[in-house]
Design a protein around this ligand. Sequence first.
Ligand code: HEM
Length: 484
Amino acid sequence: KNFPPGPRPLPILGNLLQLDPVNPLKNLEGLKRRYGNVFSLYIGSRPAVVLNGLEVVREALVTRAAEYAGRPTHMMVSHLFKGKGIVMANYGSSWRDHRRFALTTLRNFGLGKRSMEERILEEVSHICTELESSAGAVSHTQRPSGSMDPQHLFHLAASNIICSLIFGERFEYDDPVILTLIQRLEEFTKEAIGPWAMLYEIMPVLRPLPLPFRNVFHKFDQMKEHIKKVVTKHKSSRVAGEPRDLLDCYLDQIDKTADGGSTFNDTQMVSLLLDLFIAGTDTTSNTLRSAMLYLMTNQHVQDRCHREIAEVLEGRADASFEDRHAMPYVQATIHEAQRMSDTVPLSVFHTTCSNTQIHSYQLPQGTTVIPNLSSVLHEEGQWKFPHEFNPENFLNEVGEFVKPEAFLPFSAGSRVCLGEGLARMELFLVLVTLLRRYRFVWPEDGGVPDFSLIFGGTQSPKPYRLGVRLRSSEELPTVSTREP
Ligand code: HEM
């Protein structure tokens, strides 16, 4: 009764034929125009409610946070994670304990001996070396400029930063172990909510058949096996009470709470590590790739960022995250790139934990809820330039950085992205260091830039080549040499 309106579903398929599997976001936009900001859709025989625009997304995720904090249990990703870890765990004590543990531990490593900032800057120095060797970056006065496809590099760098925090190690960029893991991860994030996953969800009778969705389970198991091997290695080399990384902290936590009743155990640990590895790699690296695409095609923005960075960091080897307060234009540019990169367009699906309401509609307990973050990031009325890349979206009349409320790439409420702090630090330190040292140019043979995104659990830009030139020597900082 009083359920949100929506298109009439077909038996078995529901409204799936009304959604383009390659990119359903346009269809959702059309449905929003027809039915309003809250509408329902049948994914197979299950109803889901799509929330569009800041007002309703905030009402659900923030005002009624506890009522909307559940996760679906019927999706392929739910079956992969079996409700363990954090991302797909239902709202309850295990989720709460693990979320608190991960947040505190990441924060403590941020303050610890080798700070989060240091680990990120170490990785940035590897990115620079790689750009200079593989893109053959040469002085801006020489031609031709080198170019490279940055996809793997940014994936490896983001994955190394998270690996350094959770496993205490980074991989060389040509290490076959990490290259295979990254490859699996890239495919996994697209396939786990792709058309085959949908079929798996709506037709359970097909599940035992050897159809392509079995590959997703296979890839997931391979990633899990790798993590288990790292855990075994850690167990044999750790000193209790002297943690080197998040994994060691977790093992200490298991020891501390071994007297029963605790939600900390080996199975949960592997799921948590997988969660952080998966959630922390693709997201940040796709955002970096989109940012580069916009920067390459907006030289005036790049130049203004470079000037601001050079001025603030004059005479210093490295940037620090604190410098962001002195760099309003750079901050605006990074936020704008993140808005346009629209990396997690439909958030992670939620479910209602009790009977609840939204707007004037009633939602029963267990309803799947899809927060359309993409609709908020491009909502007319919330942005000066909702559909174009323009850092002015984040600047006021006197050039100060301001963050509009509709900036929700990390979602909001009790399930808000756990890695927001880490991701913001990564984006800032990577982009500031690169924009200070290089000019990025669209290669002469690069064709016409294509800004459309490849839809998925995480969206990514289409492959492109990044033209890299070293800024002239008088513009360049002295680069510090970092211990690995
Ligand atoms: C630009 C980078 C990133 C973006 C855009 C992003 C975005 C998101 C979004 C939209 C969600 C879903 C929130 C919800 O359910 O309402 C999420 C959840 C999550 N993210 Fe991120 N994320 C990013 C980076 C990271 C990193 C680096 C980590 C690793 C530490 C991470 C860990 C997580 C975890 C564990 C969750 C699940 C939280 C929960 O269910 O309680 N994310 N992220």
